[in-house]
Design a protein around this ligand. Structure first.
Ligand SMILES: [Zn+2]
Length: 162
């Protein structure tokens, strides 16, 4: 038996101003997206903004449904919209934020669910390009990763289906 240890590296920022100009732009777009969320059940508004290689930004927000599993997370709404509307254009970054109605955003930054991580990771593989991930938390706390794969070790790859 051999033990394996995986290292993941992230950057932590303590204020919005500390972020790069591009990250700030994307976080602002994610906030706008969160305003458009349809979240009557969870009351947890999530916004995502995807930046493409050509500078185009595609926003997504969580879209819930009375049949709960029919809804979709903000990240995948944005990613699939980008893939559908701008096929073949690399995705270079995504920002994620949220606000729970009537409550403050948790200080720990909002991170994507497992399904969204899988989808993001496949876009990294598909375009052979890392996707920068900016996750916003309350009190101006941000966690940034230079690629999505760090959040999903041993991801399921389509290579096994070939
Ligand atoms: Zn998700």
């Amino acid at each position: 038996m051999q033990k394996l240890t995986l290292d993941s590296h992230f950057e932590k920022y303590e204020s919005f101003e500390e972020l790069t100009a591009q990250d700030r732009l994307l976080v602002d777009e994610a906030k706008k997206a969160a305003d458009d969320a349809y979240a009557p059940y969870s009351r947890f508004h999530v916004g995502a903004a995807v930046m493409l290689e050509n500078g185009v930004i595609v926003r997504g927000s969580n879209q819930e449904n009375a049949a709960y599993p029919s809804g979709l997370c903000a990240e995948r709404v944005a990613l699939f919209a980008a893939g559908a509307q701008h096929p073949g254009i690399k995705i270079i970054a995504i920002a994620i934020t949220a606000y729970p109605e009537g409550k403050k955003l948790p200080v720990v930054p909002i991170s994507p669910c497992g399904d969204c991580r899988q989808v993001m990771a496949e876009y990294e593989l598909r375009y052979a390009h890392k996707i920068r991930l900016i996750m916003e938390g309350g009190k101006g706390t941000y966690i940034v990763s230079d690629c999505v794969a760090q959040l999903l070790p041993f991801l399921f790859s389509g290579d096994v289906l070939k």
